[in-house]
Design a protein around this ligand. Structure first.
Ligand code: IVH
Length: 657
């Protein structure tokens, strides 16, 4: 049926390729049309129809399913030598030297088997004990990246893959659960497992599970020679197969690919815990056989884990640069991705309460990349502990200056009201300023020292430091002193938005500082602005605007600004940063999509900016023009829906002077 085919096509573009052609509303309209037809002519309804994704009834339990072929495990390689040893054995056992390998990300999710009969998805099961799993067909049908029907499907096809919850969805789900007083999931893997094992498919459907397909299991009516070909074939049939899977002909090449995945790990929106290396030749894979439950023809290169379980000895508190009490975790030392972690951030009071972390809890700690380790959640064991400590509360006195803390009415945070005199706040502010202004060679220890020795009292004093003054300090050499003085002086050239950010005003983070700098052009214009004018800035709401007005009107802020100005810091956009206030496109916002016939996107964007206009990445009701090129993608449909004016390159050039 044509309608069904259309829905399958658009569903695939949206859920598998992430590149829709039609709007969500149009998709829903098509789906409703099909529902109506199927309701009128039940004979047309088939199990593979796109309408059959949701609608199953809640189950009492999952039925056991015997797998057509056992679902095996993988042996691990923890270092290059173990991988080389595995590869040498493959060569020895096969008597061949010319062996190709495929590297695939090892998704940290849940193994799933999908069975298609004559192209129709009939059954899906969890791994279970490898021989028998649980029938989770209904829930799998709600995962839009799993095709319900494939073209030219053989008599039997079993597709294996991993389902997972994208990291963002995992974080959001945990937030919701914490807000609802439910236990949070320890990691994305558990959240995927919990979601697929929901007896009510409507609940499973509400979790945006995803699937990567990684191999073909049992088949009848088709055969594949190579692993890579089978993946290609699956991709062509609408399965989600990772684009970065690659073929290699030597071990060193394989090792390089494993390391490359390790580097990319943090940029992905799914968790990977290693790389799976497989012999490409499927006949050779079979020949190599299985030892125990592990095939000899594949191995998992394991990354060090990014999460670990340990005890939260105590929730301790610091004061932040704007006076907030900031909780942090003192932990029983634990190894996480190769580093010993003893302290972790708890972000803020609200986050602490949401996660419901208590002294003495067993907790899950995450350390990813260079970011500061964080405590994700108490384990469920900790949550069940009847002798749990009471929830951690912010201290009654500021840990830095001893001033009694206050919780302002309507405020979420407890603060130290001693803004000017609290050494803790000053220290945090100087540290923040050093980061904002990108001053090299001024670490925390030196900041503490300068404050302690009275060399500085606030950030403006940094600009009065001299080599003579610094070398009077114990163990402060001439070279480091002159380097530091030079770096501090160089920071005067930093753009205005960094200075604005460096002021450390609550609510003016990096992004807002940029937006405000662009909107107002100078600190004076911003200081004179009203709340109504400030909310015109993209991303800034009323509460924040009121806070900004109040802080800028404060005498101490004004004094700091004038001291920084006197030392030569930029208090307005420089010529290079400034957006022209004249030009035919002032106040006009553009989005560019597709390939333009003559201009590159960068050229088009700079022409727009030169004429006073703005270019943004996504369409909204504030977009004035969609500049349309060939092969546009989903933005065209969105612009049509929003009624945005759509222009081609010629019409665009006509707008320019
Ligand atoms: S191949 C031979 N490929 O890792 C059995 N598995 O430790 C291995 N996994 O249970 C299947 N990504 O859940 C394979 N690209 C990938 C994988 C992958 C994740 C999981 C799978 C399996 C476990 C084996």
């Amino acid at each position: 049926m044509e309608l069904r085919r259309q829905l399958e096509y658009h569903g695939h573009r949206y859920y598998v390729l992430d590149d829709p052609e039609i709007s969500d509303a149009d998709y829903d309209a098509l789906l409703n049309e099909l529902r109506d037809i199927e309701a009128a002519y039940p004979g047309l309804l088939t199990p593979g129809s796109p309408t059959q994704r949701v609608g199953g009834k809640p189950l009492d339990k999952f039925e056991p399913v015997k797998h057509l072929q056992p679902m095996l495990s993988l042996a691990n390689a923890r270092n290059p030598d173990e991988l080389r040893a595995w590869e040498a054995r493959v060569r020895r056992l096969s008597g061949r030297e010319d062996i190709e390998y495929v590297t695939e990300p090892k998704i940290d999710g849940l193994a799933i088997s999908l069975v298609y009969e004559n192209g129709v998805f009939v059954r899906g099961a969890t791994r279970g004990d490898g021989e028998t799993g649980e029938d989770v067909t209904q829930n799998l049908k709600t995962i839009k990246s799993i095709p319900l029907r494939i073209n030219d499907g053989p008599a039997l096809l079993e597709v294996r893959g991993e389902i997972y919850l994208p990291l963002e969805a995992f974080a959001r789900l945990n937030e919701q659960r914490a807000a609802a007083g439910e236990p949070t999931f320890a990691n994305p893997r558990n959240s995927a497992a919990g979601s697929i094992r929901q007896l009510d498919p409507a609940l499973a459907a509400a979790r945006p599970l995803q699937m990567w397909s990684y191999s073909v299991g049992a088949v009848d009516g088709i055969s594949f020679e190579r692993q890579y070909d089978s993946l290609q074939w699956l991709r062509e049939r609408g399965f989600r197969v990772n684009r970065d899977i690659a073929v290699h002909s030597g071990t060193e090449d394989v090792i390089a690919a494993c390391r490359a995945w390790e580097e990319r790990r943090e940029q992905l929106d799914y968790d990977i815990d290693g790389v799976v290396v497989k012999v490409n030749d499927l006949a050779l894979q079979r020949e190599l056989g299985v030892v125990g439950r592990e095939p000899r023809g594949a191995i998992a290169w394991k990354f060090p884990p990014t999460t670990a379980t340990t005890t939260l000895t105590k929730v301790a508190w610091n004061v932040g640069r704007t006076g907030h009490m900031i909780p942090f975790a003192i932990l029983e030392p634990v190894q996480v991705s190769g580093v010993t972690v003893k302290l972790a951030t708890l972000h803020n009071e609200e986050d602490l309460h949401k996660k419901d972390l208590r002294d003495g809890d067993e907790v899950i700690v995450l350390r990813a990349g260079d970011v500061i380790p964080q405590v994700l959640a108490p384990t469920s064991k900790a949550q069940r502990n009847p002798d749990r400590a009471p929830p951690a509360e912010p201290p009654a006195e500021c840990p830095a200056c001893g001033t009694p803390t206050v919780k302002p009415e309507n405020g979420v945070w407890t603060i130290c009201p001693n803004r000017a005199g609290c050494p803790g706040q000053v220290l945090q502010h100087v540290k923040h300023f050093v980061g904002a202004m990108d001053i090299d060679g001024l670490g925390e220890q030196n900041v503490i020292r300068f404050l302690h020795e009275g060399l500085i009292e606030d950030v403006a004093d940094l600009y009065d430091l001299t080599v003579e003054r610094l070398t009077e300090l114990d163990r402060f050499g001439e070279t480091s002193a002159s380097n530091l003085v030079r770096n501090i002086a160089a920071s005067k050239e930093q753009p205005f938005f960094r200075v604005l950010y460096g002021l450390g005003i609550a609510g003016i983070g990096w992004v807002n500082a940029r937006a405000l700098a662009e909107q107002f052009g100078s600190i004076d214009a911003l200081a004179e602005a009203t709340v109504d004018q400030i909310v015109e800035t993209p991303g800034i709401g009323e509460v924040l605007a009121a806070q900004i007005v109040e802080t800028l009107a404060d005498e101490r802020t004004q004094e700091l600004i004038s001291r920084l100005r006197a030392r030569g810091l930029r208090m307005e956009l420089s010529v290079e940063e400034a957006v022209p206030v004249e030009g035919p496109l002032v106040g006009k916002t553009f989005v560019i999509t597709g390939t333009l016939p003559n201009l590159s996107r960068e050229e088009a964007a700079s022409r727009i900016e030169e004429a006073g206009g703005k270019v943004t990445g996504s369409l909204s009701k504030n977009t004035d023009y969609l500049l349309l090129g060939a092969e546009p993608g989903s933005k065209l449909a969105k612009a049509q829906k929003l009624g945005t004016e759509i222009i081609d390159e010629d019409a665009f050039l006509a707008l320019l002077p």
